[in-house]
Design a binder for this molecule. Sequence first.
Ligand code: C2E
Ligand code: MG
Ligand code: MG
Ligand code: MG
Length: 280
Amino acid sequence: RAKHNGKNNYQFYDAHMNVHTIERLAFEAQLRRALDNREFLVYYQPKVCVTTGKILGAEALVRWNHPENGIILPAQFITLAEEAGLVGRMGMQVLDMVCRDIVHFKSMNSEFGRVAINLSGAQFNDDFLLDELQKVIDFWQVQPRDIEFEITESMVMNNHERAIQHMDGLNAAGYTLSIDDFGTGYSSLAYLKRFPVNSLKIDRSFIQDMPGDSNDTAIVLAIVAMAKTLGLKVVAEGVENATQLETLVSCQCDEYQGFYFSKAVPADAFVALLERSALH
Ligand code: C2E
Ligand code: MG
Ligand code: MG
Ligand code: MG
């Protein structure tokens, strides 16, 4: 059809582009409104000790409580927020909510460790990040040791030296760092040695087919062995069943997260999980 009606087709394509642009701008406007109205929420997924089954901490995962569409997952809005230059503001709202909640979690359970927050590339590369963080933690009387930042391999790959500088800054300020989705990028081991990180989080894709897929099990074993050599803790993401957990126990993985224990839940539901965990 395009061959016979090239001109019309071209017009159609233009119109399509416009609709796309309009949708995008509308979505961006909604994101701005969401920031102004504080429509973002934080859910918490427990980080659990592989051997004791106790909750050691949590990962904070942002949710958009949209007035018409209800709870929206980050896959639907993070990339656009990044492209619109709004992810920094969103991240500061997340940090603010996490600091408010940490105070509560620690008062409920004295053994509670820290909350991990996902950093976006824009935040990680922002020279003012440390100052911004300081303002929020001072306000809530939270200590840097109560917070961990998850950084993906892809965020450090473009410019290793600069990334190490930023990591050193966060580390020197007392924050804990971890590498998220480990195994999906290809950060060289030579650099990994120089990263001031506390732990590696093995990507869900390697856990998914364990132990049936012997390659994945071998990869997990290799990651654990390498991490131990470097003095790093290993966290498995996306654990969905008992068999996967048993395999992780035998691999001597340290912690896990996943639907098998709990999905990410609102702060009050997380407190209930903490109370139950303290009874163990
Ligand atoms: P991530 O940091 O790798 O987080 C893990 C994702 O896996 C979460 O999805 C979590 O709900 C999901 N998950 C946990 N356990 C299981 C499981 O057993 N099975 C399955 N199928 N999935 C599981 P979520 O909450 O939709 O977040 C997706 C991604 O969005 C995160 O991946 C992270 O990269 C990003 N993200 C989330 N919150 C924030 C935030 O506050 N700031 C930034 N910059 N990014 C965020
Ligand atoms: Mg994460
Ligand atoms: Mg991850
Ligand atoms: Mg992931």
